[in-house]
Design a protein around this ligand. Structure first.
Ligand code: GLN
Length: 492
């Protein structure tokens, strides 16, 4: 039985039994995308190539046994280079950039025979928490169109939540997979730093950026993670270690899980209704045999200031390549070379990106480097040590993914500090290079999704997914949908 909100593992079974073809599946998703244009979840659709690729998979299915992801559609965040297809990164700067090659994770998922439907909308250069900072206009939250879907991977989260794709790739520098997953009521995992290749992923802050996946369940995430992670000689920070084998380990969860609950998470700034739902989730884990342990992450409050020094510093360096010469946009009106750089960058970048470049340049400049950048690096180490200390007492750490549920479009866009506070629970995890996941934990009084954030020790993605899977096997929050009539309801 198939519905618009079917999960990958279910669709995979239907394809294997030839109850549906990959071509039919893609056609249905494209129709659904068309019907939900108002979400603005996609920047580019690639129907022609998708149907061709789907047909190829359908034909080969008659001849041989295919892998579990073969013929399953997915969407890619528009930060990943896709050969021959626009890769805009949500920016005017790259609005005419056709990538000449595939990012490694795009290639890996292509090798697993997944079918790309298109590229999802996002905050420009992945800077933001609301997907409002896009050159291609804001994305809307499928649960309430007046609300943001979170960001920067808001297009990916909205697409999965609305049933426009069973899964979508995403990236997380300070929370951009987990926060939009929380706002849209879907599952989003950020692996440990170095697990998934960054080759062909437009760089924002190289020491923090990590690719991951947004899906409808931990079980689906495990399937995609196994296909997309792994060593890549083209990325010098990629880890040359065995893969996490998430699917194989999915059912191995312990009955005696020790859950660390940081006292710093439940203080002012956390919406009481979010807090209530997270507390309920924790007691649900307790009833599954887990033990709650009070832990402390004393430097939690330094995470946002530390992140907003390091991330802009790295961004200012990474974004220097957009100079109007090598690729992308070039301004028409300029007097000389210097002026060409200046006008190109002024016109090509949006306000938030320009703000980050200014901050980054400032904190790296002579005289301020020691006071800001170097200091932030030291704080980063303290934050990382806090986690090490806490993991001496527990297996995983849990808390809210975000202090509030989805907020009104326009309500924070002119207040950057308020916007930055969205990542108060997630950014520390990137600074420490750890894996984290957000899973749906229920709805607040307004009917908006709340995400439970689970963090595991370095390289323990398998434990993270086991824990999430156990919760999803015993609860139904991940099955809630935004109340949109499903496109395949008639077929049930
Ligand atoms: N919201 C954070 C920022 O604006 C994180 C973005 C991200 O993870 N890509 O930088």
């Amino acid at each position: 039985m198939l519905s618009g909100y079917s999960q990958i593992w279910q669709i995979s079974e239907l394809l294997r039994r030839k109850e549906i073809s990959s071509v039919e599946l893609c056609q249905e998703y494209f129709q659904r995308i068309e019907q939900r244009r108002e979400l603005n979840a996609f920047i580019t659709l690639d129907e022609e190539n998708a149907l061709k690729a789907a047909e190829k998979v359908d034909c080969s299915r008659h001849k041989s046994t295919l892998g579990p992801l073969a013929g399953i559609p997915l969407a890619h965040k528009d930060i990943f280079c896709t050969e021959g297809i626009l890769t805009s990164c949500g920016s005017k700067m790259l609005r005419n950039f056709i990538a000449p090659y595939d990012a490694t994770i795009v290639e890996k998922l292509k090798n697993a025979q997944m079918i790309m439907l298109g590229k999802t909308n996002m905050d420009e250069f992945a800077m933001g928490s609301s997907s409002e900072h896009s050159f291609y206009d804001p994305v809307h939250n499928p649960w309430d169109l007046s609300k943001v879907p979170g960001g920067s991977s808001g297009g990916s989260a909205a697409a999965v939540a609305a049933g426009l794709a069973p899964a979508a790739t995403a990236t997380d520098t300070g929370g951009s997979i987990r926060q939009p997953a929380a706002f849209c009521g879907v599952t989003g995992i950020k692996p440990s730093y170095g697990r998934a290749s960054r080759y062909g992923m437009v760089a924002f802050a190289s020491s923090l950026d990590q690719a991951g996946i947004i899906s409808r369940s931990a079980k689906d995430a495990a399937m995609v993670m196994d296909a997309m992670c792994g060593y890549d000689p083209k990325d010098s920070t990629s880890l040359n270690i065995p893969s996490p084998r998430c699917v194989e380990n999915l059912e191995n969860s312990s009955d005696r899980l020790k859950i660390g609950v940081p006292k710093e998470y439940f203080t002012t700034g956390l919406d009481p209704s979010v807090s209530d739902i997270i507390m309920r989730a924790l007691s649900e884990f307790e009833s599954l045999g887990a033990r709650l342990i009070d832990v402390s992450l004393p430097n939690s409050s330094a995470a946002i200031p530390c992140y907003y020094v390091i991330a802009p510093a790295e961004a200012s360096s990474n974004l220097s390549r957009f100079d109007g010469v090598r690729y992308g946009y070039r301004s028409d009106s300029h007097a000389d070379l210097q002026d060409m750089y200046k006008t190109t960058r002024t016109e090509g970048f949006g306000a938030e990106v320009r703000r980050r470049i200014m901050i980054g340049t400032y904190v790296l400049s002579h005289g301020y480097y020691d006071a800001f950048y170097l200091k932030a690096l030291k704080v980063r180490r303290l934050i990382s040590d806090d986690f090490k200390q806490a993991f001496g007492q527990c297996d995983v750490i849990m808390g809210p993914s975000s202090p509030t549920t989805a907020f009104e479009i326009g309500s924070k866009v002119n207040d950057p500090v308020l916007m930055y506070l969205n990542d108060i629970y997630t950014a520390a995890v990137n600074l420490a290079g750890l894996p984290g996941i957000s899973i749906p934990a229920g709805l607040d009084d307004a009917g908006l999704p709340v995400g439970l954030h689970v963090v595991a020790p370095y390289l323990q993605e398998a434990l993270l997914l086991q824990t999430a899977h156990r919760y999803q096997t015993n609860t139904d929050y991940h099955l809630l949908t935004p109340g949109i009539a499903s496109w395949l309801d008639g077929k049930q």
